[in-house]
Every structure is written in structure tokens, then in C-alpha cells.
Write a protein that binds this ligand. Sequence first.
Ligand code: SF4
Length: 638
Amino acid sequence: MTEKTLPLLQVSPKAPEPLGPPARSLRVALVNMPWARVDAPSIQCGLLASIVRNAGHHCTVHYLNVELAAVVGPKTYNGIADAGGERLHQFGEWLFSYAAFGELRPDSEYHAEFPDVEEIWRDVTGEGIDTISTLRRETLPRWLAEWADAVDWSGYDIIGFSSTFLQNTASLALGRILKDKFPEVALLYGGANFDGEMGAEYLRKLPWIDHVVTGEGDHALPALLHRLAAGEPLTGVPGVWTRGATGPATESTRTQDLDTLPVPDYTEYFAAIERHGAQAVVGDEPVKLLVEFARGCWWGQKHHCTFCGLNALGMGFRPKTGERAMHELEQMLRAHPVTHVEAVDNILDMKHLSTLCASLAEKHWDVSTFYEVKANLTREQLAVLAAAGINRIQPGIESLSTHVLNLMRKGSTKLINVRLLKWARYHDIKPEWNILSGFPGETDADYAEQAALVPLLYHLRPPDCGGILWLERFSPYFTDETFGITNVRPRACYRFVYPETLDHSKIAYYFDYEAPGIASQPARKSLYAAVGEWRRKWREEVPPSLTYRRLPTSLTITDRRLDTESTTTYTGWQADVYEACGDTARAAKRLHQDILDQGHNLTLDDVTAFLDDCCANGMMLTEDDKYLALAIPENRHW
Ligand code: SF4
């Protein structure tokens, strides 16, 4: 592998010595700025608040994202925070960039470059782009100035901004104002937007930043506070960059045993929601608890998906024990009794199926939980999730072409992905997924095959969206030149959001690029048109279905995938074979052996001819001599 920019620092090899009590207790503020989601507390701030307090300091979390949502209303706030295509236009970041950096380019140039933004705004507010300029140039700067006055920031020794996704310019803007008003208060920045060389570049160029934590803050933040409290030199704290001091020799120390972390404290978030009333902040959305039961990715540490920029340099998988996860969840739900929980983990720890999930199933709580999972989950494993209340998953399906999945090193296949969608529907689990395209080495045939497949899958939940892959910092496509991706440059939006004094190649997270050997636009468009029809069908009052009923000697499939209803009945050994391909894809040879074992006198050709006939009739899928039945049992209790 030819690496472009990574690793920036050596990973700190050993766990740090435990810190003793601080020389004095510092007063620490953590700030969660817009456009962080408002329907849940910040897990970063909640966890760091607990860590800082355990280290002997005072800590307060300010949820200014909640405050802004209460001012502009949840519809406008979420319309900006969740605006489609944010990786292209960075609308939310651009809105606060005027307050952070002043005039960079005329608003008209931004709108000419990103005409979709006007449409997004009109959908959300019903207003024209002149009101965007008012928000950007008047409302948001005034709101920041008011918050600079509303809190006694001078009462803090250090103010920390945790900046992830679209929180960066709001965090930088408030920091700039606070530094002007309270130059003696130290400003600290961290979070995913400050990982790797991004954090060092911000510190170098933006004079109001005093410290930057790159990587995990669990150890870096208390170590920094300890030195500040003692008045000791700040050079050499792993992962901490300090103005005027030599940069750190090592990455921040990662917590290896997550059970040693404290439980996140969400007190200030729920107080803010209570103060404003949930409806005024989140609208009709339920308030959710965020939990973290693992870091890193057990798949990615062995086969890093080529497009994945998650986890920066920390892909190593580190789960909490199931016992600890359960204890933590119960403690949080007792403190904040909500009915919706989201795990921020990149991937479900498979051990949690028999520990955490089993315990949850025994509890009989009416809690609806979201998890990111691997698409390889079986029917039985999905049943375990359903019993545990995990009824929303993000399985990382990404494609229905095995060739494309191989190109992205997903470790999945067309049949595995369809199996997941099928049993998720059976167990009433909502899979949230996308179809991506634009992988070097893919062909038009990959997309023609997927487009042809789509009508057979109308009874399964369609993808939420799709599009060409985006190039992320830290992903193998970004770091490994052997993939042939060239002309890598920061996306155009950065010119409108950040001043030229910042080196955009060092702060950008998303990049434009040229990729060799990708499918033609017409081929990709034909797939997305087919997906559009699939999604349309799921907006109908009753979504399409394909179910079967079993009797001792027959199996009858009712097909309501299209506008007309039809039935197909298989009898005798054919019913047995069809059902045997239900849980998972089976090879013809194995099925034939099963049939022989049952005393039938059939050849392999007889069985294969039947299986191929099922495929030709749209009742099964096949690949690599394996067959997967598409119909779902009508009986919900099997
Ligand atoms: S895309 Fe998901 S499964 Fe793949 S490496 Fe990233 S986190 Fe892991």
C-alpha cells in the first residue's frame, strides 16, 4: 500500500499511568453546537463530562444546538441538519461560516454552485434564498453574540468544543467570539473534525484555538487538565496539540477496555429539553438515548471496506462486555426514561447477541433500539435482535451485486444481502440501507443485473437512497494509491466555507476525484430509476408482499409484488426443497442429498431443473450454484 498522509502520528503503545488528584479543580465547559442532532444528547460530551468529573474537575455541558432548535423551530433546524447532499454543499457549515470567518465569497456564488440548496430551503421553510442570507449574515451571528453574553464563560478555566459532522463552523465561530471577550479562558477543540492532520492545521491557522485533541479524548483530556491545573508544561501529552508547544509525539491513547469508562452523563441535555418542551425542540421525533457499547469495527480491522473513512486510525474493535452494556443501559433508562435508544457502535458485537440481547429479551422493556450490524446476520440472529427490541438496523448492504461488494471488500454477497432484507421483513425489523455506485472495476453489467433484480425484491424494504460513492479522508480509497484514484482534491464546498488561509487539503473530509473503470452514468441511472419505482411501491398503503403457506404436502406462494395477485403451489419434494432454501441459500448438491435421504428417487438434474424453474419464475434467486427462496412465511410465529 502506498500511503498518502497516514499515519500522522505513532499510536501510543501503552496505557497511561493513572492520574492522581489534580493540583486544583478546574472549571470546564463542554459545548455541543449546531447542527448536531437535537433528538438525542451528545455521547461525546456526555462521556467526557463524566470523565472530567471523575478526574476531579467541575464540568458543565452546554447544549447550544438545542437552544438554536428552540429558536428556529425543529422543522427548520432538522431541515438544515439533515439536508440531503450535505457532503456536496455543506449547507449547515456554510451558514455559520460567515460568523466564523466573515465574508469569503458572495452568497450568490454559493447558490450558483449548489442550486439544490435553494430547493432544500424552500421545501423546509417555503421561503426564498434571500431569507437564507438573512439567517447567515444576521440571525446566526446575533444568536452567537447573545450566547456569548448569556453564559458567564469567564467563570471557566477551559471551554471545549466537540466537533463532529456539521458542527465545525458553529464551534469555530463561537470560539472566536469567546476568545475576543475572554482571552484568559483556554479554548479546546476535538472530535472527528479534528482527527489527524485536520486538528493540527486548525490550531496552526486559527489563533483563537489553544488546544486540540486528535483522536479519542478519554485519556488525553484529563491528562491535559491535570497539567493545566498543576501549571506544568503541556508538551508531550499524547494526542494533544497546544499553541506554542511542540506537537505530541504520539496519537491519543485509546481506551482498550471500554468497561473502564464511566457512564455518559446526559443531565444537561434532558434539562434543556425539559426547559423548552420536547415539541419545541424535536417536533414529533421521539427523544433518544445514545449508547456506546463498542468502538472500532471487527470487520474493518481485518478487511477495511474500501470506501469507509470511519474511525480514523482506530479501527481495532473494542466492545464492552454484555454485562456492562446491560448495566449501563439500565442505569441510563432509569435516569432518563425514554422509549428509543440508538447505539453509536459501527457494528454489533456478535457476542452481544448471546449476552446483551439475551438480557434485553428477558427484560420485556418496550424500548425500540437502533444498531448498525453486518449484513451476514441469519434468520435466527435477527430473531434475537427482534426479541431484544432492536427493530431498526443499518446493515451496510450498499449493493446487490456480488462483484461490486467484492470491490468494496464488504464480505457479503447478493444472496446474503437479500437474505438479510427478507428475514428483517419477517421479524418487523426496519433495515436502513443505500445502494452505492462508482467503485473502480465495476461494469455496466453489474448495474443491469441489479436493475433486473429489483422487481423481484419489491416485497422487501427498498433502499433509503443511493448515489455515487464519496471519497472520505482515512478510507482505503483515499490512502491507498494502488486503487488508481487520482486528482484527489477537496470538494468545491470548502472554498465557500473556509478561508484560503487554511490549507483545504489538510482540513477537508470529503474529496473530489477521478476513478478509473467505473460504470457508465446511464447504467447507474437505470438502476436508480428501478429503485425509484421500488420506493414508490412502498409508499402505497399496503406494501408489496410475497408470502407462502405450508401444508404437509404442499406450499402455496401468494405473490403481491406487482399490481396483480398470483399464486404458485409446489407439492411433494418440490415444496420441501423450496422451504429448505428459505433460511439461507443452499447448494443444489446438498439439496439433492437431502431429498435422497428422504427416500425420493431423483437425480441432481431433476432438482436443479426445479430450482432453475423457481428462479425463472421469480420465486428464487441463484448465484454460484446456491439458491435462495424469496417468499416469506405467512405464519409470524415460526
Ligand atoms: S463500512 Fe462498516 S463494516 Fe466496513 S469497515 Fe467501515 S464500519 Fe466496518
